[in-house]
Write a protein that binds this ligand. Structure first.
Ligand SMILES: Nc1ncnc2c1ncn2[C@@H]1O[C@H](COP(=O)(O)OP(=O)(O)OP(=O)(O)O)[C@@H](O)[C@H]1O
Ligand SMILES: [Mg+2]
Length: 429
């Protein structure tokens, strides 16, 4: 077995990191690092994991579990290999990208994506000596319970890191709050526990994680998704009368509705390195007392896009993307029949909201005063209390048509604009 000299690594760790690494030795079975982003949880827990690998019972598998093999590679293997501080730890890991195993300190470690049903089969009947779980709240509870039931050898342990979720999350209720009963120990990390963060970086994190994410990812609280979704919204700040020259028309898009309103919008990248929602178009069948067919919508949508007044006597734009409500398959087919190709909007609601929220909070997304309908929707958009009690983060589905539209067009087109903004923004993956 390779002997580990952790002296140099421990010397640069914060007090909390050291306490947690040492504390694993006195942990009956489950060691949990929870708290803020970038707070040093992964680094501390991985050092602890290395120590455990060196000491793990011979009998039984060693596994690293993440949402997918890719997230394991991205969150764990790659940072270890590339970190200048901990690079030497990386040399103790042998892994070929895409392979479902790695060799750590000479022992085979199985890399398992919890969302991959076949991967689950690899551990179902086995005995596990040591498990490491990345982003534990995102792992299905059934998978976690199965893992625990496999820790059948004496001295077997499970180490896990996570960011906080809602207060009713099973990981908090059944493990953190009942730590003593279930043989668990828990360390709460905050940004102060990572000694390597500069003031500048911390300020940037604080500016970009706003609303719900500020409470969970910066303060590290297990809090409900409650109150205003866009609590950073401020019409004085976000609504603008005068749009700077647009250097690129990023996308047009629409939230589709027949009984509900159809809401279209146009997004441009301004010369000042900000995104602008410059125009909107809404058709409300209830207001008009008539609903439109897909063909009629297609005609009007294209007519609107070809007629928008972009100043200087010019009308009409051809944006890089046309992003359509992911549930409006028939409308997309209709647009295509009329010669307009579109892409399907990404429908990950919470990450999409987080992207929009980060942009608003950092003044990188502004709304033209010519878009009164969406401006009306921002202040009232709220998290659904009832859903939150059940552990689901979801906004109330009402008066959200413009907001869905902006979420689709902004979140789906990230790769087009993220390198062109005046400052870097952390967006949800
Ligand atoms: N003691 C330390 N000395 C130097 N750099 C550190 C230290 N602890 C952590 N870091 C660095 O800080 C960054 C964030 O740390 P880490 O990945 O452990 O945070 P995390 O709490 O796991 O964050 P997330 O919740 O985003 O996964 C990494 O680049 C890591 O290498
Ligand atoms: Mg981490």
């Amino acid at each position: 077995m390779t002997t580990l000299n952790l002296e140099p690594a421990l010397r640069v760790m914060s007090a909390k990191q050291i306490r947690s690494i040492v504390g694993v030795e006195d942990t009956p079975q489950i060691a949990l690092w929870a708290g803020a982003v970038s707070s040093g949880k992964t680094i501390a827990s991985l050092l602890a994991f290395f120590i455990q690998v060196a000491a793990a019972p011979d009998h039984g598998l060693i596994v690293i579990v993440g949402r997918t093999l890719q997230t394991i590679e991205r969150n764990i293997i790659e940072p270890l290999e590339s970190s200048h501080l901990f690079g030497w730890l990386g040399t103790l890991i042998k892994h070929t990208p895409g392979s479902t195993t790695a060799v750590i300190l000479g022992r085979t470690v199985h890399l398992i994506g919890a969302n991959d049903v076949r991967a689950e089969g690899r551990i179902r009947g086995s005995t596990i000596a040591l498990a490491y779980v990345d982003e534990a709240t995102l792992i299905p509870q059934s998978f976690w319970m199965m893992l625990l039931s496999r820790l059948r050898v004496r001295g077997a342990r499970l180490l896990a890191t996570t960011n906080p979720d809602g207060p009713g999350h099973w990981l908090r209720k059944d493990f953190i709050l009942k730590a003593g009963e279930v043989g668990a120990r828990h360390w709460h990390f905050t940004l102060d526990d990572n000694p390597s963060l500069t003031r500048d970086y911390v300020d940037r994190l604080k500016a970009q994680y706003v609303g719900l994410w500020h409470r969970r990812f910066i303060k590290g609280e297990w809090c409900l998704a409650q109150g205003a979704v866009y609590d950073m919204w401020d019409s004085d700040r976000h609504v603008v009368e005068k749009i700077p020259p647009i250097v690129r028309w990023v996308a047009a898009g629409a939230d589709y509705g027949t009984v509900n309103p159809f809401h279209a919008g146009l997004l441009g990248l301004g010369q000042d390195g900000r995104l602008y929602l410059t125009h909107e178009w809404r058709y409300d069948s209830k207001r008009e007392l008539r609903s439109l067919t897909d063909a009629e919508y297609s005609v009007r949508f294209r007519g609107w896009l070809n007629g928008v007044d972009i100043g200087g006597g010019t009308r009409g734009v051809q944006p890089d993307y046309v992003v359509i409500d992911p549930s409006a398959a028939s409308f997309r087919v209709q647009l295509k029949d009329h010669g307009l190709n579109s892409v399907l909007g990404k429908n990950e609601v919470v990450p999409g909201i987080r992207t929009v929220a980060s942009l608003l909070a950092t003044d990188l997304l502004k709304i033209s005063a010519d878009c009164p309908e969406i401006i009306n929707e921002f202040p009232g958009y709220s998290w659904d209390d009832k859903k939150a009690e059940k552990g689901d983060d979801e906004p109330v589905k009402a008066e959200d048509h413009g907001l869905d539209m902006i979420r689709y067009i902004v979140h789906t087109t990230q790769s087009t604009w993220r390198n062109h903004l005046r400052e870097r923004v952390l967006v949800a993956a």
